[in-house]
Ligand binder design. Structure first.
Ligand SMILES: *Cc1c(COP(=O)(O)O)cnc(C)c1O
Length: 403
């Protein structure tokens, strides 16, 4: 059975051109990039430096400002904990927002347990930070603001340049988790006033287990305490022998994204809108979660009223998507991201995230529209809630049994 893959925000397939670029470094070109005394080392080092240029070019940085890591989780950890610790003498307050990835939330919580003060900002109904709230939250002892570029569940894109400008004016550092945005929307760390930025290889058709952190070197020169201590690789911020094949893969993925972004983003945005319009034409009582326009080309997060997302997914096992319920331990928790937008529990439970990508076709989208519409109609026919709604009963007033 062939499966339509619409879960590209969870991970993307490796672009075959990326694999081709990596293979020599998994075979003959196996040198350690830190070996300075022979050609194997020089060859590996050259490959790493080329990749550093490719990552830097995609975000408007210079190569020296790129640190290779194991992925965006590690980059987020270095940025949040590394900056908080390094600038502890200046202040012990950091600011994040509610819809951050756990890779930012959990390090912030860890800091809070260790004596730091953390402000968690709410978001508006589209998942956007409110600029006046952010401005009001910055204090004399604030050292870092960490707000993601684009959200993984809803695709909402934050006003990053405005945030960067505010942070500059107030003299605080600005980190952005751009795992979902790099390679999909234009990024310029200079124009946007970004001081630190996290990249993930496997969200942009590169390999898993590789990522990067941009750390500004001028105006101001940003410093981070390392999370991993050791041989002093990567300007001392991230020790450990470099994963040369994966770094080559990430560099190639960045070069491809840069070359193809104008065309690809137009094509994928059209597919994204085709999916939403198709569903809206076939079905009533559906809602789009996230910002209607300021949204990633890849992401369509939809609540199907009166239908439970997990059951809906079982209705089309030949389409890979995610639901708005996270299976944490025994219970099904509605997504904390959707809750932060003010989406109620029922609507969060009825949500599906469709995430498109480079290899999604129009046929995939049309098939999905048909399959999902049929499945929703089928489930609604059997749903007592839907019947009640048709009879005009307000289901938000229904008393739910809780576990
Ligand atoms: C996937 C993702 C991460 C984690 O990236 P890894 O490279 O898998 O560690 C962090 N933040 C966001 C927004 C993501 O989508």
């Amino acid at each position: 059975m062939s499966i339509v893959y619409l879960d590209n925000n969870a991970t993307t397939p490796l672009d075959p051109r990326v694999l081709d670029a990596m293979l020599p470094y998994l075979r003959d070109k196996f040198g350690n990039a830190a070996s300075r005394s022979h050609a194997f080392g020089w060859e590996a080092e050259n490959a790493v430096e080329q990749a550093r240029e490719q990552v830097a070019a995609l975000i408007g940085a210079s190569a020296k400002e790129i640190i290779f890591t194991s992925g965006a989780t590690e980059s987020d950890n270095i940025a949040v904990k590394g900056v908080a610790h390094m600038y502890h003498d200046k202040g012990n307050h950091i600011i994040i927002q509610e819809t951050e990835h756990k890779a930012v939330i959990d390090p912030a919580k860890y800091l809070e347990q260790n004596g730091f003060e953390v402000t968690v900002l709410g978001v508006d109904k589209y998942g956007m930070v409110r600029m006046d709230e952010l401005a009001g939250a910055i204090k004399d002892n604030t050292t870092l603001v960490s707000i993601m570029f684009a959200n993984n569940e809803t695709g909402t894109i934050q006003p990053v340049a405005e945030i960067g400008k505010l942070c500059k004016e107030r003299g605080v550092l600005f980190h952005t988790d751009a795992a979902q945005a790099v390679g999909k929307v234009p990024i310029d760390v200079e124009a946007m006033g970004i001081d630190l930025l996290s990249v993930s290889g496997h969200k942009m058709y590169g390999p898993k287990g590789i990522g990067a952190l941009y750390v500004r070197r001028k105006k101001p020169r940003v410093r981070c305490e390392p999370v991993i201590h050791g041989g002093g690789h990567e300007r001392g911020m991230r020790s450990g022998t470099l994963n040369v094949p994966a770094i080559v893969g990430l560099g190639t993925a960045c070069a491809l994204a840069q070359a193809e972004m104008p065309e690809e983003s137009k094509r994928v945005t059209a597919l994204r809108d085709r999916l939403w319009e198709g569903l809206s034409k076939n079905l009533t009582e559906i809602a789009l979660n996230g910002h209607p326009e300021k949204r990633l080309p890849t992401t369509v997060n939809v609540s199907f009223l009166y239908v439970e997302g997990e059951s809906l997914m079982m209705g089309f096992n030949d389409i890979a998507v995610s639901s708005g319920s996270a299976c944490t331990s025994a219970s099904l928790e509605p997504s904390y991201v959707l809750k932060a937008l003010g989406v109620g529990d029922e609507l969060a439970h009825s949500s599906i995230r469709f995430s498109l990508g480079r290899f999604t076709t129009e046929a995939d989208v049309d098939y999905t529209v048909k399959r999902v519409s049929d499945a929703v109609n089928h489930l609604r026919k059997m749903s007592p809630l839907y019947e009640m709604a048709l009879e005009g009963i307000d289901i938000t007033k229904v008393q739910w049994a809780h576990h």
